[in-house]
Design a protein around this ligand. Structure first.
Ligand code: NOJ
Length: 527
């Protein structure tokens, strides 16, 4: 693999620094604590860590409300601690990308404070203001459960300001090129420190234009191409990852064109809910349909796939009818729902059924794209739907059955521990060969050992059975892996046309002819 294309074949791990390990006993995770846990991350077989926002912030949106872009939140350590974390990760061959929150700041950011207090401040024009709060009426509200409008009146400013997320997160004004310059300087600051790239937050929303839905605008793409140009010219081996929760056809422009490249990687949002949908229905159709609708992407780019992350399981990229069905099936209690999604972790969604977990993870790790694993999901951590917002999926990492699950020595932690930590923790799972932890390692290692799974093409294999999903991953027609999944709770037949070994059951003998797939069985057959 050419090193500059490392992100095409990598497996990522999403790290919430506040949740991971508390090095100084104050109840919040920090970089010193995380350094001591890099062995765990490395042991999973992943290649890159995405660190969620670690900047100074009032934490009204867990750090996606940035108050200072070029520093570290005091609870998480110092810039020196971050650098030590970065160096320690690099020493283990792990890359590190961080979150770049370009669309908005916290209302506590000095830019916004200056802007609201003085109409003549140069920072006033860093934000988007209105006398009436009536503009851009065609723009949807994202945080539907809490925000009545994308405009909020600010007393000190005497005007309304524009925000796509919480009303404490004013949107930056990208019509002001001073904002571009600020962002470019921030990007250079972190890349100069040695990080390997950015996960760029909320990129569809940078510009506003009357009469549009204010998403995916041409001006937004032009700015993002400027960011990419900076990377290509000054930091060619780093990666830019787009968080754009959009339909496949609207996602394609985020990869740019050969003349004007944009992102190296885009999250594939629409596939994610359909994996859960197909599993619940015992029917592969949602997966096949969305992948057939996914356009080919430019050379050198990649999709990023995920099963869960720090947000609610978003149902924005399904139809209204499908959303209702998903809520009924996966979030029967109103409390499990949030905005347009479901605030639950992977394992409760799968009824704590190891067979479903194995199938879904084997499927996810064999699809084209760069997979990303959310911290805690490697041990099947549970959630707490009674915590506010998305906090129930952001509780402390569970290391052992001791005080605070080994996360912290403090008497009080930033969020309470999950009730399941005495049973569900890293130490217990280290000892059990069949644990989620060891199965996660096994699946990742097996994927990493197969070129076809890392970067092969995908071709459907007809099964004439909607419950059995099958496809081949191959490199130029060679070195294929045949991936077969029984999505149903009933045994299903599947015919092999020659002898093959199932890499997911290495102790089984070679198989041939018509097999009976067990309920929820997953197979990766070697060539
Ligand atoms: C997307 C992030 O994933 C989410 O956690 C955050 O609330 C919004 N962007 C706003 O930054």
């Amino acid at each position: 693999m050419s090193d500059s294309l490392w992100y095409q074949e990598a497996v990522f791990y999403e790290l919430y620094i506040r949740a991971y390990a508390d090095g100084n006993g104050d109840g919040h995770g920090d970089f010193r604590g995380a350094i001591a846990k890099l062995d765990h991350i490395q042991s999973l077989g992943v290649n890159c860590i995405w660190v969620m926002p670690m900047y100074p912030s009032p934490l009204k949106d867990d750090g996606y409300d940035v108050a200072d872009y070029c520093n570290i939140h005091a609870d998480y350590g110092t810039l020196a601690d971050f650098k030590a974390f970065l160096d320690a990760a690099h020493a283990r061959g792990l890359r590190v990308v961080t979150d770049m929150v370009m669309n908005h700041t916290s209302d506590q950011h000095p830019w916004f404070q200056a802007a609201r207090q003085d109409k003549n401040s140069p920072y006033r024009d860093y934000y988007v203001w209105s006398d009436t709060g009536s503009e851009y009426a065609d723009t949807r509200i994202i945080f539907l459960d809490t925000e009545p409008s994308n405009w909020t009146y600010d007393e000190a400013a005497g005007q309304y300001f524009w925000h796509r997320f919480y009303s404490n997160q004013p949107d930056l004004n990208y019509d002001n090129t001073a904002v571009h310059d600020e962002m470019m300087a921030i990007i250079r600051f972190w890349l100069d420190m040695g990080i390997d790239g950015f996960r760029a937050d909320a990129v569809p929303y940078l510009y506003e234009r009357e009469g549009t839905n204010c998403e995916n605008l041409p001006e937004t793409h032009q700015f993002l191409q400027k960011v990419r140009q900076l990377i290509d010219e000054e930091y060619p081996d780093r990666v830019l990852i787009a968080e754009a929760n959009q339909w496949p056809q609207d996602l394609l422009p985020y990869f740019g064109t050969p003349q004007h490249p944009e992102f190296h990687v885009c999250f594939h949002f629409p596939i994610m809910p359909r994996l859960y949908m197909a599993l619940k229905k015992g029917d592969k159709t949602p997966i096949v349909d969305i992948l057939n609708q996914t356009p080919p992407i430019p050379q050198g780019t990649q999709w990023m796939t995920f099963l869960r992350n720090h947000d609610e399981l978003t149902l924005e990229m399904v139809t209204a009818e499908e959303r209702e069905w998903m809520w009924q099936q996966y979030a029967p209690e109103p409390r499990m729902r949030l905005n347009m999604g479901i605030r639950r972790r992977q394992i409760p969604l799968l009824d704590h059924d190891q067979r479903k977990w194995f199938l879904l993870n084997a499927l996810f790790l064999s699809l084209p794209g760069t997979p990303i694993i959310y911290y805690g999901d490697e041990i099947g951590m549970g959630d707490d739907i009674w915590l506010p917002d998305r906090h129930g999926c952001r509780t402390p990492m569970q290391w052992n059955a001791g005080k605070n699950a080994g996360f912290s020595l403090a008497d009080e932690t930033y969020l309470p521990l999950n009730a399941d930590y005495e049973q569900v923790n890293v130490a217990a799972q280290e000892r059990d060969p069949d644990s989620y932890l060891n199965m996660t390692r096994f699946l990742i290692q097996t994927r990493q050992s197969q070129t076809a799974l890392r970067r092969g093409e995908m071709a459907w294999v007809e099964t004439e059975n909607t419950a059995v999903l099958a496809f081949r991953r191959h490199v130029n027609g060679k070195d294929g892996v045949l991936c077969v999944f029984n999505l149903s709770d009933q045994p299903q037949p599947f015919t092999l046309h020659r002898e093959r070994v199932n890499m997911l059951a290495p102790s089984q003998p070679m198989l041939n002819g018509t097999l009976t797939l067990a309920p929820y069985e997953a197979c990766w057959f070697q060539n």
